[in-house]
Design a binder for this molecule. Sequence first.
Ligand SMILES: *Cc1c(COP(=O)(O)O)cnc(C)c1O
Length: 425
Amino acid sequence: MTVEAMTETDYPTSESFSRAFDPEVVRRDFPVLQQQVHGKPLVYLDNAATTQKPQAVIEGIRKFYAEDYGTVRRGVYELSARSTRMYEDAREKVASFLNAPNSQEVIFVRGTTEAINLVAFGYGRAFLKPGDEVIISAIEHHANIVPWQLACEATGATLKVIPCDDRGALIMAEYEKLLSSNTQLVAVNHVSNALGTVNPVKEIIDKAHAVGAVVLIDGAQSAPHMPVDVQALGCDFYTFSGHKIYAPTGIGVLYGKMDLLEKMAPFQSGGEMIETVTFEKTTFAKPPNKYEGGTPAIAQAIGLGYALDYVTGIGLDAIAAYEQELLEYATQRLLHDVPGLTIIGTAPEKAGLISFTLADAHPLDIGTLIDHEGIAIRTGHHCAQPVMKRFNVPATARASFAFYNTKEEVDKLVAGLHKVIEMVS
Ligand SMILES: *Cc1c(COP(=O)(O)O)cnc(C)c1O
């Protein structure tokens, strides 16, 4: 069986995406952005919830289904061999995207939620005991709170929370006070989806390691927006979701250090994750297969590979720099030109998203009214109810940026908010 003569030249590669960065040009790669909503050009500003897909991803997946689709890891026939190779190529792309030393440390999962649950189960429930402590922060997504609460309840361990200040920055002196020889695990997000705060994760990781704790970084909001190097960070686990980085839903990544992945308990059991099965005893396959029981999301993983080619073609440095420019522009315009607007989350280090309230307008009304202007923003608690409580608001409106957004769209947001003010007053 040979898979050498396959398709590599027909599929998009990172070289085919390389070009100088211009938001007006990259926008054209996203078919969904080329439409009107309620008679107005669509302004899509809910990128922290999910991102749109470039043609390279859509077309790559179509072509895979049309020409190469088969199951992975099992078949000896041509289609299965091709699919397996493409699936494993996608794993290699993720490894190089994160600068992971070994692609076998990359586990494909459904998304960040599943990745954190995997660690909370396989590491948390397997190794925590009464007296142990798990530290999270006050500005986490529910996905990085609830699995730890459940793991602590099940094992008798205790959950501790790093507080944040009024800007939404973590109070590092309080973090240091929480750390002790009881600390087994620290789990924090790299970037808060509710406030935009960029956490000092390198410092958080180093301090945790100094007391012997293992660290998980929830990278759902960082991987799409800034370069990430898991070796430079030194984190033990890092997670992100495909759908927030221009890839399909149903696919995400857990990176874990091999020694931990080897000793952890498997999360879901079944096919492909075993070495041998008898009714007396089952021995498990090595990572990553150990954690990928069942038929995986093959096309979605391959689509993730294309999405990573696409963003690395643009360059994460260029993306980060441009999104910072948009953030600064939007912050200034919203603060100076929209009366009654308050930004929730003003930490010195922020990524491209702005949570805000608007005088007496209920955030849900803001979202509905501004939709009539063709503008999509998120309203609600952003799966971070403790953050809302900390800032004494029931909900916020949130505009979150991607590299395909423009200053002109920020201007439309400002104009849209003026209309909202007229309508609610
Ligand atoms: C979106 C998000 C999650 C959950 O990701 P899913 O893709 O819904 O599993 C977790 N953490 C943060 C910071 C997020 O933004």
